[in-house]
Ligand binder design. Structure first.
Ligand code: NAG
Ligand code: NAG
Ligand code: NAG
Ligand code: FE2
Length: 443
């Protein structure tokens, strides 16, 4: 974008503040960083291409939010249809911009299209653009089976590209991202380059994200509002259907596959303490679920509640104490986290121990960011930690029917995705021993 700030133009004292804020935000830690790949050079303006940075997210059961950025005053209009080159439908949404230090964003547009048919390819174009930039998306199916990709801590390095290539090679219905997207780390043009990097995938399938610590971007005295870029660029359906509205872009929930799967996106960097808006919302969200029709309930957080890795030790503990009893009461089947740059899968756990009625906890913070891998683990490996490995990769969750979901983790091995861990997760709704709704109190 034309008016982007260059770091070199920032006064020195401001850079010092940035550096201090970066280390206070937990950006540095004691990782061994063996094979981090260089950040790929994407800090150009996208060759002036407009519209750019297109990504989509599901809104309710039959609508889709289209988000994109232009450098000019183009309309926030999406034209679409089921035949390439023909756009019988159109929808106009809203446009926003934001300012961050000396940076001025492009025009960030967002329009909701629909109602759409399930499991159907739509062709669309943004801002009435006519130079052949037709995009296509496929809506999620309204029945099982349903295939998720789950990957955290993406960043924009050579490893990120490798991970995205592997994800693009496998058919999936939706991508879930448990936080840490661009690693812009206060330098806003990196949000733009991240948007361009993920567009080939994120314009085709809904990307449902929640925030990580790298999304906060708060600088004392200079930019006191947190999540400015994240909220402007990655707006999620937090205010959609009245019954599930959370009122905050930092946590929300939605159903897929005709209600067979309920997904809860939690905010590790929003207040989660009892009595907080997030805690109260989670309680009512879980209370609304009818497990007679909802086969699986999964949740995403950024900082893992269970980890045997030395990195970020204990950072998820307070949130776990505040919210784990609620999740157990709602028979949540699995919890996916990022933050720790490695892969780890636990047995069903609750209250720090194995528990047949607890959730399977998985850390999949290994998308490929520039901070490298977190390779130091507790020894010996406790029994409840079933599989752990510090490699870049991504996960896939295929909910095949009302009782069975297959989780696989795929390591980026020499640029080939190798299935390295695999487990069948059976629905807690189908386990009569776990049907008692009373939650167990923690120690
Ligand atoms: C964009 O296209 C829509 C639908 O064809 C039309 O209604 C609108 O006037 C167009 N806007 C501009 C600025 O061309
Ligand atoms: C989605 O459509 C494809 C192609 O028509 C079909 O093979 C698949 O079974 C459908 N999936 C669901 C869940 O309906
Ligand atoms: C659900 O899928 C699992 C795994 O493929 C299979 O063993 C089971 O029989 C299926 N259940 C039903 C009701 O089809
Ligand atoms: Fe993180």
């Amino acid at each position: 974008m034309e008016k982007t700030a260059n770091v070199a133009t920032l006064p020195l004292f401001l850079l010092l503040v940035l550096a201090a804020a970066a280390s206070a935000g937990g950006v540095t830690s004691g990782y061994v960083r063996p094979t981090a790949r260089a950040a790929i050079s994407v800090l150009h303006d996208g060759d002036g291409r407009t519209p750019q940075q297109v990504h989509i997210s599901a809104v309710g059961s039959d609508k889709m939010r289209i988000s994109w950025i232009t450098t000019d005053d183009a309309p926030a209009t999406v034209e679409y249809g089921t035949v390439s080159g023909e756009y019988p439908f159109s929808s106009t949404g809203t446009t926003t911009t934001y300012t961050y230090l000396l940076y001025h964003s492009g025009k960030i547009h967002d329009a909701i299209i629909g109602p759409l048919q399930p499991n159907t390819t739509y062709f669309y174009r943004c801002s009435n653009h006519t130079t052949g930039d037709e995009l296509s998306l496929r809506t999620p199916p309204s029945t099982l089976p349903f295939r998720f990709v789950v990957v955290g801590d993406l960043g924009q390095t050579g490893w990120t590209k490798s991970t995205l290539t592997h994800i693009g090679a496998v058919d999936h219905d939706m991508l879930l991202l448990p936080g840490d997207l661009s690693y812009a780390d206060f330098y806003q043009p990196r949000w733009d380059s991240f948007g361009r990097l993920v567009e080939p995938l994120a314009s085709k399938r809904p990307w449902m994200v929640t925030q990580g610590n790298h999304e906060v971007e708060k600088i004392p005295l200079f930019h006191s509002t947190p999540f400015t870029a994240y909220n402007a660029r990655w707006r999620m359906p937090y205010d959609g259907e009245a019954a599930t509205a959370s009122g905050s872009n930092l946590y929300y929930s939605f159903d897929v596959a005709g209600g067979a799967v309920h997904v809860i996106m939690l905010g590790s960097y929003a207040d989660y303490s009892p009595g907080s808006p997030q805690h109260t919302w989670l309680e009512s969200d879980l209370a609304r679920i009818d497990r007679a029709t909802t086969a699986f309930v999964i949740a995403l957080v950024h900082a893992p509640w269970y980890s045997t890795n030395a990195a970020h030790r204990g950072e998820g503990d307070a949130m776990r104490r505040a919210m784990e009893p609620l999740l157990r009461g709602g028979h949540v089947d699995a919890v996916f986290a990022g933050h720790v740059h490695a892969y780890e899968r636990f047995a069903r756990v609750y209250g720090g121990r194995e528990d047949a009625c607890g959730a399977v906890h998985v850390t999949v913070g290994d998308g490929g960011n520039r901070e490298g891998l977190a390779t130091r683990y507790d020894e010996p490996q406790p029994a409840m930690s079933v599989f752990r490995e510090a490699s870049f990769g991504h996960g896939r969750l295929e909910v095949v029917n009302a009782t069975h979901a297959l989780w696989t983790w795929h390591r980026n091995d020499d640029d080939v995705a190798v299935a390295a861990d695999e487990v069948w997760i059976t629905s807690l709704a189908a386990n009569p021993a776990c049907s008692n709704k009373d939650s167990v109190s923690l120690e």
